[in-house]
Design a protein around this ligand. Structure first.
Ligand code: FE2
Length: 250
């Protein structure tokens, strides 16, 4: 397996490049609009071909690079089936493996940050990787206060699904705001200050409800834009459309 962890610094998003050595096909997990060209250049440099982009959820903080990549290299768009997006080529769902070459992703429905959020589990060479999206982060977790987020569902997703993975499973989050790259399920169980095993559901709810996080600056165009797999929606109010278009024009 070919693996690269790429960062988009403005939104502190991690995009994962996962390639099949036998077929040369690549999947980009959570590509960002702003860094798609960089990611495609790397894929070309490695002598590989982008087969799919795969998003964990409808992001509020950045535009996905899914449609842009498709336009540039003809990759297909995979995303949670329950998002019901007309722009996707393959809808993924729990219980159905998503396979590209020898790389197999097992989707896990992990609502809470959004109501359709999915994590992806990949087993390779005796290691378990879990792409946790914004469900579980290193020493943290995604917020639950918008996009049909639900703090109780988030608690269940992490405790019953993600924490049921092997302790040595490698946690590959969609973001880190402090320059950390990787964690493990055991480490998150032991020391995650929000949802480590020493926290009750009541503790978690209280912590999440007292975060007082700012409104994401791109949310008003990113969410509808990501429902188009990363385009500026034509029906946006004038000011928002200008912001979105300024963004996509770089
Ligand atoms: Fe998110």
């Amino acid at each position: 397996m070919i693996f690269r962890q790429l960062i988009e610094p403005d939104s502190s998003t991690y995009t994962y490049l996962i390639g099949c050595e036998r077929t040369g096909q690549v999947v980009l997990v959570d590509p960002v609009y702003d860094t798609v060209e960089r990611d495609l250049a790397l894929i070309q440099e490695l002598g590989l071909k982008l087969a799919y982009t795969l998003d964990t959820h409808i992001h509020a903080d950045h535009l996905t690079g899914a449609t842009k990549a498709k336009g540039l290299v003809g990759s297909k768009i995979a995303a949670p089936k329950m998002d019901n997006l007309s722009c996707i080529d393959v809808g993924v769902e729990e219980g159905h493996a998503f396979q590209v070459g020898d790389v197999v992703f097992n989707p896990l429905f992990t609502p809470g940050h959004t109501d359709t959020h999915h994590a992806y589990v990949l087993e390779q060479g005796g290691l378990t990787h879990v792409f946790t999206g914004d469900c579980l982060l290193i020493d943290g977790c995604g917020r639950t206060d918008f996009q049909n987020g639900d703090v109780h569902r988030q608690f269940q997703s992490i405790r019953t699904k993600l924490f049921s993975l092997p302790d040595d499973a490698l946690v590959r989050p969609a973001h880190d705001y402090k320059g950390r790259f990787i964690s493990t399920i055991a480490q998150e169980k032991a020391r995650n200050p929000r949802i480590g095993l020493d926290k009750s559901e009541e503790d978690f709810v209280e912590i999440m409800q007292s975060l007082n996080l700012p409104y994401p600056k791109r949310m008003d165009y990113a969410v509808p834009g990501n429902r188009l797999c990363g385009e500026c929606p034509p029906e946006l109010p004038e000011e928002m459309r200008r912001l979105c278009e300024t963004h996509v024009q770089g």
